[in-house]
Design a protein around this ligand. Structure first.
Ligand code: PMV
Length: 374
């Protein structure tokens, strides 16, 4: 089902606002996420060509405070963005584009002046994309403010337990950055309509609805920072190149098949089968980049060195460690909680040498975005 009807998106248009607070602020945090089945290729307005599933992380987060002040509406957006206390004008075009896409669903955007203060728990230059966590945190702030406009109390307006708020936050976040739709909840989130996953949708991320074996609870992810530089090819450009990629249709089909296979794997707790899917997904993502026209490579020599070391370690020790990749050179090392000490030891002793300045971040699955009370 690829068609998205106006009626489907209309459910995210809010009721008339009854309350316009003069000013105030609201803070939210949202984590990053790491896809197990990758989203690479989109159509229409930020709609995925295939379903994806990810682990929501917990340590790598964005914290955003949205300050708002009632203005005289003139149809324009009035906002400034600050990163770590400094005005960050380079972020503003992306936020303006986000606001343009969502104005139909949150029409109060032109009624206020906003100051958006944001900070990441991971270094800005780490090569970890902050768009997923950043857009998700901002979306939660906006949903929260909207609830106050509908008559709720600002400090208690956003309830992580309220289905319609979670859905709207994910719907909005997707329009900022596709993968951000998977950062609202956790620990496992599906985005993209899939025939075997009830409730899945191209419009928003939903919590994985089926049984997950305890082997996958508290799964660990250590992010090895191989290259901290700016990406040579943005994910927007990468997604677009899928339109002319000769392998695109086969790739979209394969992703959906892999998600079907993961369903049984999650239920049975079969980590070996999980590894086969996850590593293949990572390499297919990068294979798509290499098969694009123009072609490009985001992996670095140390990315491959790390992958080979992981394979060798697994073969020699019987460990269940594996890797996945994002759209960059960094390596996400995934391992079950039961192997935490041994794997972290391996990372420190052997893999850290291939990271820029020996840097890595230990993370693990988490529960998603929330309001931060000051
Ligand atoms: O959300 P975007 O447009 O930055 O795309 C992210 C795509 C990948 O991170 C490479 C894969 C994914 O599913 O997160």
């Amino acid at each position: 089902m690829r068609e998205i009807t106006v009626a489907m998106t209309d459910t995210f248009i809010s009721k008339p606002y009854t309350n316009f607070p003069e000013n105030g602020s609201i803070s939210a945090q949202a984590p990053s996420n790491i896809a197990l089945v990758k989203y690479w290729g989109k159509y229409g307005e930020q709609l995925p060509q295939n379903a994806s599933v990810s682990f929501t992380l917990s340590q790598c987060r964005t914290e955003t405070t949205l300050h708002f002040e009632k203005s005289t509406p003139n149809g324009n957006f009035n906002f400034e963005v600050f990163l770590d206390g400094q005005r960050e004008k380079s972020f503003e075009p992306k936020i303006a584009q986000f606001f343009e896409r969502i104005r139909r669903y949150v029409p109060f955007l032109t009624e206020y002046n906003f100051k958006i203060e944001t900070k990441n728990t991971f270094p800005h230059s780490s090569g970890i994309a902050s768009s997923a966590s950043g857009m998700a945190a901002l979306a939660v702030c906006l949903v929260s403010l909207e609830n106050a406009l509908l008559g709720g109390d600002l400090s208690t307006a956003y309830k992580e337990t309220q289905e319609n708020q979670l859905r709207k936050a994910s719907f909005l976040a997707r329009l900022g950055s596709g993968s951000a739709s998977r950062s609202i909840e956790g620990p496992l989130v599906v985005w993209g309509q899939h025939p075997e996953i009830e409730g899945s949708s191209n419009l928003l991320g939903v919590k994985y609805p089926f049984k997950v074996h305890e082997n996958f609870s508290n799964y660990q992810d250590t992010i090895l920072l191989v290259d901290k530089g700016e990406k040579q090819v943005s994910s927007t450009v990468g997604h677009n190149l899928m339109h002319n990629n000769p392998y695109a249709e086969a790739r979209f089909k394969e992703a959906n098949t892999n998600l079907t296979k993961l369903k049984t794997i999650f239920e049975d707790g079969n980590i070996s089968a999980f590894i086969e899917i996850v590593e293949s997904e990572a390499l297919q993502l990068h294979a798509m980049m290499m098969a694009s026209k123009p072609y490009f490579i985001l992996m670095k020599p140390n990315t491959l060195e790390i992958i080979n070391r992981i394979w060798k370690f697994r073969k020699e020790t019987g460990s269940q460690v594996c890797f996945t990749l994002d759209a960059g050179a960094n390596v996400h090392v995934l391992y079950p909680f039961s192997e935490k000490d041994r794997t972290q030891n391996f990372i420190t002793k052997e893999l850290a040498a291939f990271c820029k300045n020996g840097a890595y971040i230990h993370d693990a699955c988490g529960l998603g975005a929330s309001i931060v009370n000051s």
